[in-house]
Each structure stands twice: as structure tokens, then as C-alpha cells.
Design a protein around this ligand. Structure first.
Ligand code: FAD
Length: 242
């Protein structure tokens, strides 16, 4: 939405385009520290926010989308709206072989302790990444912080010790608000802001050119040469006191 708004703004055609943002949830972004910056772009792109709208059907030929609208304390309704272009994000769910396995919780995710990432029932199973149910934002940035936690705890387990490392819920959403600028949301459990950089380098609550450069230029190098090879100096887990 943001990058389309930016492209249309730059081409001077934004005024002729009606941007509608439909969200099944009730907020623009789950951590309020970042909402102010995002709202400035919502205003700039003149996007209309529609919360509690769950997409139930798309008719491609007729170019219509149907939503179930269930605002708190009101009776749910259904609306069908036309579109010229629609961008859809499907609901997240685990693959069937996980959803339908004894590893899953009632919602279908691998059921782990959110700190140690050890399965709540099966004491020889750990999980990480999108597939498990810790209440973090499902991002690669989160998996990157979870990997050393699981590695440490598996090693401790092999040595007959209890878990030694804990995951703090860190996740990161680089919100591409315009070409060349990113609002770098970094936060952990409970929406606690967990910036990787001091404010004077990157203030995550503000759109930043440096954050764009980090994502576009630096992160691919860090990803391929550091993370995937198990060498990443900023992913040190919290220690659990014995
Ligand atoms: C559009 C988009 C943008 C994103 N942008 C960002 C971002 O900017 N920053 C960020 O940090 N995160 C981002 N994410 C999230 C990030 O991609 C995920 O959090 C991350 O990939 C999760 O890694 P994973 O290894 O847990 O799962 P996955 O990457 O989903 O890997 C699971 C793998 O298992 C395979 N698989 C499934 N079933 C089977 C089977 N039966 N047998 C064998 N293999 C199987 C799948 O093919 C897949 O390769 C984005 C996601 C999307 C969709």
C-alpha cells in the first residue's frame, strides 16, 4: 500500500486513485510507537483505513471482494466492494503436516514455551520460525534470534542440563513507507521496543534512509555470509540463570 501510494504520488496520479486498506484486526500496526509515523503516510497517500474487515471471497472476473465486517459490540455484516487492483495477504497458518500432528496446539501451531522454545509436552522437541506458537511477530528477523536459543538449549539438553538460553520475542518489520525510506519497527514480547541501533543512528519510530540502506544493501550480505553460516554477532540470546 505504502509503496504503491508513493509511486502514484510521484507520478502525480494519486488524486485519481482511491486507496482502501482493509484489515481483519483493529489497528494499523500492533506496536503503538510506530503508528504515528505510519499514520503520516496514510494521510499523505489519502488511504482510508477499514478495520475488522476479514476478506471472505474475491471474484476476479467481476472485480469484487467480499468482507465480513465484525466490529466490537456490533452485529457482523457482509460487504462486497469493487476494485481495479487488489493486493491480498492470506491468513497465516502452519503446513498441514504440522497442523494435523500431535505437535500442534488448538490453533495448529507447534506448541512451545515462548522463552526456551522447548515443546510444552514433548521434552525432546524444540521449534522456531513461523511454524510455532510463541506470540512474536512472524519474521525472519525473529527466526534469526531464535536459532541460537534453540541451539544452546539442545546442546545443554544433550549434556543433561536444563535450558540455558531464552528468547525475548524480538521481531522486526521493516515498513517500506516510501521508495528510499523505511520505518524500522523492532520489538519483543508485549510490544516492548527493542532497537538494534542507538536512536541517533536509526530512530525506528521515524522514516529513515539509513534503515532502507540497511535492508536493501547490508542485510543481504549479513544474511548470506553471516546468519546462514551461523556467524552473526548481534543475535546473542538472553541467559537463563541457573
Ligand atoms: C511478503 C513477505 C515479506 C516478508 N518480509 C520480511 C522482512 O522484511 N523481514 C523479515 O524479517 N521477515 C519477513 N517476512 C517473514 C519471513 O519470510 C518469515 O518469517 C520466514 O521466512 C520464516 O522462516 P521459516 O524458516 O520459519 O519458514 P519458511 O521460510 O516458510 O520455511 C519453511 C519451509 O518449509 C517448506 N515445507 C513446507 N512443507 C514441507 C514439507 N511437507 N516437507 C518439506 N518442506 C516443507 C516450505 O517450502 C519452506 O521452504 C516476510 C514474509 C512475506 C510473506
Amino acid at each position: 500500500m505504502y509503496l504503491s501510494g508513493d509511486a502514484w504520488h510521484r507520478r502525480g496520479v494519486l488524486r485519481e486513485i482511491d486507496i482502501q486498506f482493509m484489515n481483519a484486526g483493529g489497528v494499523l500496526f500492533g506496536v503503538k510507537d510506530y503508528v504515528l509515523a505510519l499514520m503520516e503516510y496514510v494521510a499523505k497517500y489519502d488511504a482510508t483505513l477499514n478495520f475488522f474487515h476479514t476478506l471472505t471471497a474475491v471474484d476476479g472476473d467481476a472485480k469484487t471482494a467480499t468482507f465480513r465486517v465484525a466490529k466490537p459490540d456490533t452485529t457482523a455484516t457482509e460487504i462486497t466492494t469493487g476494485f481495479d487492483m487488489i493486493h491480498v495477504c492470506p491468513p497465516q497458518r502452519a503446513p498441514a503436516f504440522i497442523r494435523n500432528s500431535p505437535l500442534a496446539d488448538a490453533a495448529g501451531w507447534v506448541d512451545v514455551d515462548p522463552a526456551t522454545l522447548l515443546h510444552r509436552i514433548h521434552a525432546n522437541i524444540w521449534s522456531l520460525g513461523d511454524v510455532m506458537n510463541a506470540p512474536n511477530a512472524k519474521t525472519m528477523a525473529a527466526a534469526r534470534k531464535q536459532a541460537p536459543v534453540v541451539a544452546d538449549n539442545v546442546i545443554a539438553d544433550i549434556a543433561g542440563k536444563p535450558p540455558v538460553s531464552a528468547y525475548d520475542g524480538y521481531g522486526s518489520c521493516p515498513l517500506t513507507v516510501e521508495r528510499g525510506k523505511i520505518v524500522l519497527a523492532e520489538f519483543g514480547y508485549g510490544g516492548k521496543v527493542l532497537p538494534s541501533f542507538p536512536k541517533w543512528v536509526i530512530d525506528g519510530t521515524q522514516p529513515s534512509r539509513l534503515a532502507w540502506a540497511l535492508k536493501a544493501q547490508a542485510l543481504p550480505q549479513i544474511y548470506w555470509n553471516g546468519m546462514l553460516k551461523g556467524r552473526e554477532w548481534m543475535a546473542e540470546p538472553d541467559r537463563i540463570d541457573a
